[in-house]
Write a protein that binds this ligand. Structure first.
Ligand code: ARG
Length: 462
């Protein structure tokens, strides 16, 4: 009984199954460093405010360092009887230093403690995530530069639409990942407020200095409402949303790579080190990494739904339901980080079948819009031009030729305003080169965007 820090008012022990069911150490033990950092900051502040003696502070700091060492060396045994990371560490500290350890919890509660630890932990994980996203962007930029001139079909409805450059296609993902990094950074700013000192829910009767603890833990300042501080999990919802959107981007990219690597597309080949074979079909080389990354988006999105659902009916302030907040976000961060890492490592080894891409872009009448544009330039209204080119495509399908192969008589049979000179100029190279404005697919634009992005990413490193 006496082992439980809250055991005083209880007459019978916790049910054995409940003890295990109630515990969160398997999930929250990973926040040990943040828990210890938070305790040190709290203890220092208590001492500066005259609430704790210098002697007690010294013992606490020394004891916490010892506990930290034990955890990092693997010596420390977390026990479910002590529920969570907070009580495990505090109990070990008290075993080492006695009464001073018992004084550490003055003017705080596990409610503000867990809110603080989780923010601290996720803050550093968010920084790593942003770093990983930026790294993937730089891998994509290198590839985009290499393939500024590589022509492939662009699709809508997965039907050949217009030729684009592979560089341009890859830059689309650079844009998506930029928004992802910005979403994480934005969420980080809002979460960087310190709940410590809010205590259980209402604040504390001691003369604490919340600005001091906030500052020493690298927060921008203390939170302003104690009830909100201990019951707010917006930061988890926001980070989960950012993670889910990023996972969706990776999943779409995965889907494309999987298609591109199929025998039917044959656009790319992924390095052996990132693929696996089949136990029965010897010829198989499967794009397991993009498939798995596509699959991971499911559990990450599931985590977003889980935290939203957990929070939606909770009255203020802390409720035990909130212990469920960490499982999904930790899982999401671990997995998303893994996805970003795999993509960053895999893509430099991807080989591109430029010829196949070029051939695919050159068939399927991908230059039709450009022919219509040429007619418009010759004074034909766009709707008429559309009709004329539509007829031309119909003719080519029957004749088994491409648009640029139509001769003068075929052209004039369709419409007097259509000429062999116009169709002769149709090439996928001309198509992409002509789209030379900001946001367009022209190789010159791709090179320009790559250069601009490289400058932008470099400035983010400073
Ligand atoms: N393990 C708990 C959690 O993760 C810590 C806070 C518990 N507070 C309480 N009053 N039971 O949410």
């Amino acid at each position: 009984m006496s082992e439980k820090p809250w055991g005083g008012r209880f007459e019978s022990p916790t049910d054995e199954f409940v003890e295990a069911f109630n515990a969160s150490t398997d999930v929250d033990a990973r926040m040990y460093a943040e828990d210890i950092a938070g305790s040190k900051a709290h203890a220092r502040m208590l001492c500066e405010q005259g609430i704790l003696t210098q002697e007690d502070l010294n013992s606490i700091l020394r004891g916490l360092d010892e506990v930290l060492g034990e955890i990092e060396s693997g010596e420390f045994k977390f026990t479910i009887a002590l529920e969570d990371v907070h009580m495990n560490i505090e109990s070990q500290l008290t075993k080492k230093i006695g009464d001073a350890g018992k004084r550490l919890h003055t003017a705080r509660s596990r409610n503000d403690q867990v809110a603080t630890d989780t923010r601290l932990y996720l803050r550093s994980r968010t920084d790593t995530m942003i770093h990983r996203i930026r790294r993937l962007q730089s891998v994509l930029l290198t590839l985009a530069g290499t393939h500024a001139d590589t022509i492939m079909p662009g699709f809508t409805h997965l039907q050949t639409a217009q030729p684009v450059t592979l560089g341009h296609h890859l830059l689309a993902y650079v844009e998506m990942f930029d928004r992802d990094a910005c979403r994480f950074a934005d969420a980080r700013t809002r979460m960087n407020q310190c709940p410590l000192g809010s205590a259980a829910l209402a604040g504390t009767t001691f003369n604490i200095d919340r600005f001091k603890t906030a500052e020493s833990l690298g927060f921008d300042g203390p939170t302003r409402n104690s009830l909100d501080s201990v019951s707010d999990r917006d930061f988890i919802m926001e980070l989960m949303a950012a993670a889910s959107i990023c996972a969706v981007h990776l999943s779409r990219f995965s889907e494309e790579l999987i298609q591109w690597m199929s025998a039917q597309f044959n656009f790319v080949d992924l390095p052996d080190a990132f693929c696996t074979g089949s136990s029965i079909m010897p010829q198989k080389k499967n794009p397991d990494m993009p498939e798995l990354v596509r699959g991971k988006s499911g559990r990450i999105i599931g985590g977003l739904v889980a935290i939203l659902t957990t929070m939606k009916g909770l009255p203020l302030a802390y409720n035990k339901d909130m212990q469920e907040d960490k499982t999904a976000i930790f899982d999401a961060f671990d997995n998303l980080e893994g996805c970003l890492r795999v993509f960053g490592d895999m893509l430099p080894g991807m080989s591109v079948n430029s010829e196949v891409m070029h051939t695919a872009a050159s068939s399927g009448f991908a230059t039709a819009t450009d022919l219509a544009d040429a007619l418009v330039r010759a004074g034909v209204p766009f709707r008429d031009a559309h009709e004329i080119v539509g007829k031309s495509v119909g003719h080519c399908i029957k004749a088994g030729i491409e648009l640029h192969e139509m001769d003068e008589s075929a052209c004039s049979n369709i419409d007097a305003r259509l000429s062999a000179d116009m169709v002769r100029l149709l090439s996928v190279e001309n198509c992409v080169a002509a789209r030379n404005h900001i946001g367009g697919t022209a190789p010159d634009q791709v090179r320009k965007q790559v250069a601009e992005w490289n400058t932008r990413l470099e400035s983010q490193h400073d």
